[in-house]
Write a protein of this length. Structure first.
Length: 228
């Protein structure tokens, strides 16, 4: 029997969450190898042997080491270890998923990731001051511009590339949901299609969704309660 792949991840990382959910939903066998970013475990010499870039996620399959979550999706799909529904085999369907994954890097991921880094991650770790109101306003506008593109260019079906959940949805939602740590929630009036799609993805990702988002949900709840 072939040895299960090793998957190194932290649920604080959006790509880590997304790919973990894809593996669980697709029933891909893997050995879970948590890496605590908050403890800077990714910067150890030991982890550098796992991933030369010292980031998460990382995948180890025997002697083969791989970084970059989208590359992992494609690798596992070619090995028949990725759910065909989540990452289709048919040429056109797969191309549509790839189209979104490529598009989101300079749109959803950049806007949401920049907001998250500047408004939450760096300040909470003492690496930068809390952003000033005008800076938060700009970060918010950049995210809303990205959400507007999602609303008008990708929301013509139940999910991003069809009527079924794919890795495209998992990766995009993971970036957007993380902004709840920054006290940013999707405005249902401005982006009604995006808001409904977020809820569809949450439901479609059950029963594993809550586990992947446990830390984020806990911190988001604390942020809300602190305002009451």
């Amino acid at each position: 029997m072939a040895q299960a792949i090793k998957y190194y991840f932290d649920f604080l990382s959006p790509p880590s969450r997304a790919l973990w959910l894809a593996l669980k939903l697709g029933k891909t066998p893997f050995e879970a190898c948590p890496v605590a970013l908050r403890k800077r475990e990714q910067l150890t010499d030991e982890y550098k042997k796992i991933n030369r870039f010292q980031k998460v996620p990382a995948l180890v399959d025997g002697n083969f080491h791989l970084s970059e979550s989208v590359a992992m999706v494609r690798y596992l799909a070619d090995k028949n270890q990725m759910s065909e529904q989540l990452y289709p085999k048919s040429l056109e369907s797969r191309a549509r998923v790839d189209e979104f994954l490529e598009w989101q890097h300079l749109n959803v991921r950049v806007a949401c990731g920049t907001f998250f880094m500047k408004a939450w991650l760096l300040p909470i770790n003492g690496l930068a001051p809390n952003p000033k109101p005008d800076a938060v306003e700009k970060l918010t506008k950049d995210v809303e511009r990205s959400l507007g593109l999602l609303e008008h260019m990708w929301m013509d079906k139940d999910f991003l590339v069809g009527q079924n959940l794919t890795v495209a949805d998992l990766f995009a939602v993971s970036e957007i949901e993380q902004l709840r740590l920054c006290k940013f929630n999707v405005n249902e009036r401005k982006f009604p299609k995006v808001a409904k799609w977020l809820e569809r993805v949450r439901n479609a990702a059950k029963p594993y969704h809550d586990e992947a988002y446990e830390f984020l949900n806990k911190k988001s709840k604390q942020a809300v309660e602190s305002k009451l």
